[in-house]
Write a protein that binds this ligand. Structure first.
Ligand SMILES: [Zn+2]
Length: 71
């Protein structure tokens, strides 16, 4: 399927099995996991949406809510 390239905003291609992402406009060629991290890094608001995928092991920086628990 066609997706928006996170690097050049051109047309990137991703197979239905989400195995990789490849862009024809630039030299982007990465796994889906790397693609998710790339987006999350560049656009922090996406990290919530993609959190389920990214939380597969790392919980670094996951301190949301702690500020509300001050006593
Ligand atoms: Zn591109």
């Amino acid at each position: 399927m066609k997706i928006k390239c996170p690097k050049c905003n051109g047309d990137a291609e991703m197979p239905l099995d989400y195995s990789m992402v490849k862009c024809n406009s630039c030299d982007l060629d990465m796994s889906y996991g790397e693609y998710v991290k790339f987006i999350a890094h560049n656009q922090p608001k996406y990290s919530d949406i993609l959190g389920d995928y990214a939380s597969g092991g790392s919980t670094e920086g996951h301190t949301a809510g702690s500020l509300d628990e001050w006593d």
